[in-house]
Design a protein around this ligand. Structure first.
Ligand SMILES: *Cc1c(COP(=O)(O)O)cnc(C)c1O
Length: 434
């Protein structure tokens, strides 16, 4: 054994608390607004859709929030997740850079999303909720919530963006295997879905539409709450177990990152990896360059505006201060379904506005070229979403080679691509378009 490449923690090292960046922002995060009055929303306004304990987390000012023992016990099924050094990719790129990746694909659903799904199911169970309604794009969130609901004995009702429902049957089957009910969205289950289907029976759907349907289902059903897998503050909070573990693992590796990279759809895996590092960047003036990578075809941060906008297409959510392409934006059918969202988490947007993070955009073919290069050196087939991060990391490592400069690069490999092989097929057969 020549060189350590795997930096393992044990079950006792699972973080005991979540980190809340809202406690450390140099300027406070702009609050969500009521769309009618334009006043900050009060917790009672959110009460029909979220349980009180999660509403309190959404507005929580504390830096640290204790993780309930029941949640940590479930995290132990796959956490702590591995941190690996990509020595074979480094060699292939002939780069002096050191590349590390945190691998969240080892969870039961194959992505980072169970980190918040388990927490949300727990708090809902505690609050007496019997049924959760949600939306899902490519199915990663729906499958994560289906899994979490099963463990806590909750019913799970999922509105899945129609184009994915048809193109990606395997995650739908995972949800059904865990006992969830899945509808293609737009569906005939809601007034809003029926209206859209009457206008266009072939409407491919979007996350914004599916969110509207899930919220309508929530307010019109008994003992039902709504659950969102990204964007919101409490989701970013739950994901910070990723970054906290990574800080300990980089200590084991004896290195500190110069560049920290993650892909952004709604912003939660990026928040999860980077916020604990931003804590040190803010408190100790660390020089980490923190980079968010989005698809060129749905580039909310690099091409959108920072303003108040709705989180959904039907204008049912509060107004959120975020980078947005507009809530009516219909993203093209790219393979990274998890990155097809018009907005960005308010906390990630705020970090970008304050100059704590940078953003770049990549086109689809370049992303898959990077994914295949990663698979052929490191073995793991990355999901299309984190392949955006892989593409940016490869470019950074090549820059290091050209400048003759060693740097430490860390990124979040937030899911595997074993259920996204149709996307690989499209790339490998040469039919993929940008
Ligand atoms: C859902 C998902 C994303 C996008 O959501 P974020 O909230 O931006 O993390 C990215 N990668 C994977 C693997 C996902 O499942």
């Amino acid at each position: 054994m020549s060189q350590p490449i795997h930096f393992a923690l044990s079950q006792k090292d699972i973080p005991t608390r979540w980190y809340n960046l809202n406690a450390d922002f140099p300027e406070p995060l702009p609050p969500p607004l009521h769309p009618g009055t334009k006043q900050p929303v009060t917790p009672d306004l959110l009460a029909p859709i979220f349980p009180e304990n999660l509403i309190m987390q959404e507005v929580c000012p504390d830096r640290w929030v204790e993780i309930p023992a029941e949640v940590r016990d479930i995290y132990a099924l796959w956490r702590p997740t591995p941190l690996l050094r990509a020595v074979r990719l480094e060699k292939d790129l002939q780069t002096p850079a050191h590349i590390y990746y945190k691998y969240e694909g080892v969870s039961p659903a194959g992505s980072h999303k169970p980190n918040t799904a388990v927490a949300q199911a727990y708090y809902n169970k505690l609050a007496g909720t019997q049924r959760l309604a949600t939306e899902t794009g490519a199915g990663q969130w729906g499958s994560s919530l289906a899994f979490a609901c099963r463990l806590f004995g909750l019913e799970c009702n999922v509105f899945m963006v129609k184009v994915s429902f048809e193109q990606k049957p395997y995650r739908k089957l995972m949800m059904q295997a865990w006992g969830a009910t899945v509808h293609p969205s737009p569906s005939d289950r809601t007034e809003y879905g029926r209206k859209l289907l009457a206008e266009d029976p072939d409407c491919p759907g979007s996350l914004g539409i599916a969110i509207s349907e899930a919220i309508e289902d929530t307010v019109k059903s008994q003992n039902t709450k709504y659950s969102l897998g990204s964007v919101l503050n409490h989701v970013c909070l739950h994901q910070t177990v990723i970054g906290q573990e990574t800080i300990e693992q980089m200590k084991l590796a004896g290195e500190e990152p110069d560049v920290i990279v993650g892909c952004i759809g709604g912003g939660s895996n990026f928040a999860g990896l980077t916020f604990p590092w931003l804590h040190h960047k803010i408190k100790e003036q660390k020089k980490y360059r923190v980079v968010a990578v989005e698809p060129s075809s749905c580039a909310s941060v690099t091409q959108g505006e920072l303003r108040y906008d709705f989180g959904d297409t039907a204008e049912m959510t509060p107004l959120l201060m975020m980078y947005t392409l507009g809530h009516k934006f219909m993203p093209p059918r790219i393979h990274a379904g998890g990155l097809r969202y018009h907005g960005m988490a308010p906390m990630v947007s705020h970090a970008k506005k304050l100059g704590l993070v940078d953003a770049v955009a990549y086109p689809q073919k370049k992303v898959f070229e990077a994914a295949v290069r990663f698979a052929r050196t490191e073995g793991i087939l990355p999901a299309p979403e984190p392949s955006h991060a892989v593409a940016a990391v490869i470019d950074e490592a090549i820059k290091c080679r050209e400048e003759g400069r060693g740097r430490v690069i860390l990124f979040n490999l937030c899911g595997h691509g074993l259920l996204d092989l149709a996307a690989y097929d499209s790339y490998l057969s040469g039919t993929m378009q940008d």
